[in-house]
Write a protein that binds this ligand. Structure first.
Ligand code: KG4
Ligand code: ZN
Length: 340
């Protein structure tokens, strides 16, 4: 493409109000994230109604800042891209309504973006040479998908969780061992001081489907272990529980990814989603890829958790493929990958 394409991207599907300006899908000119974590921490998890209200309060300043940081104006954008699902309906609607208003006022095309597609496309930002096909392990708070990225916006889901998402398991276990919200980063930190072999928690395999996951059993095993210690008056070693739980999750994620690579013949492997910022997972996946001779890609931690730069990257490929939404665009809370 001769002309440079600039996308203003908006993300508000959960508890981050985010906006970014992205050039040609790979160059981030600005990336502003207002995280509501401090507010939701008081309640031990995301409260959808509070999240919606905070998005309304923050979305305009966040977008203004993203434009000013990029040194560009709305009229210089080629399109406005927005996450329209999956996610929490109230929070999604704030971003969608804002994007529609901006697109209408500035006379710009509106591009609807799938949140998970955004997570996958976060890999393009820092890996300019990465092109499909590649295998992507998406591990977020709401999703655990082993995806074959056949082409831009063309995905085959090879495996998924049957119950809890990986991030959900991290959050629930963190709460149970008293680390609080958000659980992932806290377990990641605590696990560095613990012994991953201290307690043998079950692995989240699914008997009849090699590439699927089931994390609810691991979570229950941790809860049972804590209960057992409590009944017997044994003091719980929090760091050992964190490290052993994390080891169980990481092992299964890496094993299934390697199995999928073997089955599909993929030579390039990427991580995506909030849990992809987990240090143990990043190291284990890197080592497994090096062992098998696969190229390994991962976004930097800031681009793993929710942000709008990834929506700008995905939005670019949707835009050049002619994907547009009308002003009747609605939020789709349970949007499936590959659906429009
Ligand atoms: O992708 P994301 O920001 O939001 C969703 O789309 O769900 O993922 C959030 C999830 C939370 O469950 C959080 O605990 C987890 O990612 N997470 C981590 C880490 N950082 C965030 N899990 C494990 N280790 C981390 N360092
Ligand atoms: Zn996300």
């Amino acid at each position: 493409m001769d002309k440079d394409i600039y996308i203003l991207a908006i993300e508000s599907s959960c508890d981050e109000t985010a906006a970014a300006v992205v050039k040609n899908g790979r160059e981030v000119l600005s990336n502003v994230i207002y995280s509501q974590i401090d507010i939701h921490t008081l309640f031990g998890g995301v409260v959808p109604e509070i999240a919606s209200r905070k998005h309304i309060e923050k979305i305009n300043p966040v977008i203004s800042r993203a434009l000013s940081d990029s040194g560009m104006t709305l009229s210089e954008m080629d399109a406005v891209a927005v996450t329209y699902g999956p996610g929490l309906v109230g929070p999604l609607l704030v971003g969608v309504a804002e994007a529609k208003a901006l697109a209408y006022a500035a006379g710009k095309p509106l591009v609807p973006v799938h949140h998970i597609e955004g997570h996958i496309c976060a890999n393009y930002v820092e890996n300019k040479d990465l092109e499909p096909p590649f295998l992507c392990m998406v591990v977020s708070g709401g999703h655990t998908h082993l995806v074959m990225v056949n082409d831009y916006a063309d995905y085959t889901i090879l495996g998924r969780t049957r119950d809890d998402a990986a991030g959900e398991a991290f959050d629930k276990v963190a709460r149970a061992i008293g680390l609080g919200y958000p659980g992932g980063p806290k377990i990641d930190k605590a696990a560095r001081e613990g012994d991953p072999r201290a307690i043998e928690f079950p692995r989240g395999h699914v008997r009849e489907s090699d590439l699927d996951f089931s994390f609810s059993g691991v979570k229950s095993a941790v809860l049972n272990y804590l209960n057992d210690c409590h009944m017997k008056g044994i003091e719980v070693n929090t760091t050992d529980v964190a490290a052993s739980f994390q080891a169980s999750i990481v092992e299964v994620i890496v094993e299934h990814t390697m199995l999928a690579a073997r089955e599909t013949g993929a030579r390039k492997i990427a991580l995506a989603g909030g849990v992809a910022s987990n240090t143990a997972l990043r190291t284990a996946m890197e080592e497994a890829c090096a062992h098998h001779g696969y190229s390994f890609y991962k976004p930097s931690p800031l681009l793993c958790t929710d942000n709008a730069a990834m929506i700008g990257a995905a939005g670019y490929y949707d835009f050049i493929n002619g994907i547009r939404a009308g002003l009747d665009l609605n939020a789709v809370p349970n949007l499936k990958l590959g659906e429009r």
